[in-house]
Design a protein around this ligand. Structure first.
Ligand code: BG6
Length: 506
């Protein structure tokens, strides 16, 4: 088996403070601290470093450290080494600040300055807002007012936020406007955790580090593209958030569009943040904006009803805590989109995502055009394999190519086969949270994997007609599907009416 070459040594970040707003929250405990722990364990934290946990109410360092340690023990992706964990947690200082009380930010500024001179972090600061999204602008305003985001004397200041970036085009535009009054675009790191996934990052490598794919990566050879993010998870305890969000807002303009833009973008001239992000933004801007009636025709939405997933009973979506009675929020969405440029004109992109489905599967399937069939017209066409290139993100991480081959024997008989590459067969990687690369990139100032304001808005612009049309239609057109099924059967008609079908998920 070919073995990977030695990895280049990763860069150690410069000294800095890692300031976490929402330090007592779920994101900090479940992802941020376990990812920092993994970075500590692999020697990728700065030598001079401090973590400042911001809480609304005053709390002792010990109390916050104990709580973060509990989170680490619960969510760590590898066995926790006590010495490494203590080294990380000893860097944690708790400071109370509340954007509703501006004086607390004036105090924070002084406390941070003092702490940084003790820890010798050189004034480099990363502010990670692990808070509900409605707190992004108020916190950023206070950080801006007190000068904590101004880059002076060679020190850098960065602001990290995580999806959702607005709830529609107007609110995303307003949020970007607010933030850009306070910081420059290059200081903002908008996280979409899909870009922390190895398989997602690998899409660029697959396309542009191999000579054989790019010549056929266009409308001359590709029939259509399917992007699937199906989840078994139901809405669970997230009813309050989810009911005002729905499957489309929760998944499409962010995660599914990250996959779409990496698959569909033009080759960047260089592998740097400016070139890659410009190409990604361009392809999102080229998604055709549909009228509301086109959006209705090119979409299917559904809501799950009671059923069983892996033999566990799941109740109706509407019976979930904090979901409004009679809610018309979709838990499943399928869309047909087109990209109006030279490479993709006439190549539909079919997207689907849903909760409480029978199978968990995240993949991009690229369907190539059918070969002229005359030569093998004696073969029943149904036995021919669909030529798919499947980039599988979850649960398997890998790439598969489906093609036709001759069945051994005297007669010409054709059958479909599959060639599979699975990451785990080639590479031994320690399990990670998927945030390590992202946090490390924030600290070394590489924003290639982060969303720029214009891409965020281009994403919302493409989904806005669907949001508007569905809002007007209300319950009209909202289908139901049984939990544990494949989603509403009508999602098939999006493709069958074009003479196509969804790839079967197993
Ligand atoms: C989150 C959504 O952004 O992504 C969740 O809010 C969803 O609803 C999750 O479950 C899916 O992420 P992944 O990595 O499990 O595909």
């Amino acid at each position: 088996m070919p073995m990977p070459s030695d990895q280049p040594v990763q860069k150690k970040p410069e000294p800095c403070s890692f300031v976490i707003f929402g330090a007592t929250g779920d994101l900090a405990h479940r992802l941020v601290i376990p990812a920092l722990y993994n970075l500590a364990a692999t020697g990728l934290l700065p030598d001079k470093f401090c973590v400042v946990g911001i809480t609304r109410k005053t709390m002792s360092n010990e109390t916050l450290r104990d709580s973060l340690m509990k989170g680490l023990l619960e969510f760590a992706t590898r066995p926790v080494d006590d010495a490494t964990a203590q080294r990380l947690l000893n860097c944690v200082t708790c400071i109370a600040a509340d954007p509703g009380e501006p004086a607390s930010f004036d105090r924070l500024k002084i406390q941070l300055d003092d702490l940084e001179s003790i820890r010798q972090t050189g004034g480099n600061r990363l502010f990670y807002l692990a808070t509900p999204p409605d707190a992004f602008a108020p916190i950023a305003r206070e950080l801006g007012r007190t000068g904590m985001l101004s880059q002076q004397g060679g020190a850098w200041r960065r602001l990290v936020i995580e999806k959702p970036f607005g709830t529609d085009l107007a609110s995303a535009h307003a949020l970007n406007g607010e933030l850009l009054k306070i910081v420059d675009e290059h200081q903002i790191y908008r996280i979409d955790h899909y870009l922390g996934k190895e398989t997602v990052q690998n899409i660029l490598v697959l396309r542009f580090a191999n000579g054989m794919f790019e010549p056929i990566w266009n409308r001359n050879h590709i029939d259509h593209v399917q992007i699937t993010v199906d989840e078994k998870l139901d809405v669970g305890h997230r009813g309050g958030f989810y009911d005002s969000t729905g499957a489309l807002r929760d998944m499409v303009p962010n995660h599914l569009f990250q996959l779409l833009s990496l698959v569909a973008m033009e080759p960047p001239i260089r592998f740097d943040a400016h070139s890659v992000r410009a190409e990604k933004a361009d392809v999102l801007a080229a998604i055709q904006t549909q009228s509301e009636s086109e959006a209705l025709r090119n979409s299917v939405r559904g809501q799950y009803q009671a059923g069983k997933i892996d033999n566990v009973e799941i109740g109706d979506y509407r019976s979930t805590g904090e979901v409004r009675p009679g809610s018309t929020t979709e838990t499943y969405a399928a869309l047909k989109l087109t990209i109006d440029n030279w490479r993709w004109a006439g190549v539909p992109f079919y997207l689907r995502t849903g909760k409480a489905l029978g199978v968990k599967r995240t993949e991009v399937a690229i369907k190539f055009k059918q070969a002229p069939f005359a030569m093998f017209s004696c073969t029943p066409v149904e036995t021919l394999a669909q030529n798919y290139l499947v980039i599988s993100v979850a649960p398997t991480e890998g790439i598969a190519l489906q093609f036709n081959t001759k069945v051994p024997g005297p007669a010409i008989r054709i059958d479909g086969v599959e060639m599979k590459f699975r990451y785990k067969d080639y590479f031994k990687a320690e399990p990670s949270t998927g945030y390590e690369t992202l946090l490390h990139d924030c600290m070394i100032g590489d924003n290639i994997l982060f969303q720029r304001a214009d891409s965020v808005e281009a994403g919302w612009k493409a989904v806005q007609p669907f949001l508007d049309a569905w809002k007007k239609a209300g319950a009209n057109g909202l289908l139901s599907y049984t939990a544990g099924s494949e989603g509403p059967a009508e999602a098939n008609t999006l493709l069958t009416r074009d003479g196509r079908s969804w790839r079967k998920l197993d």
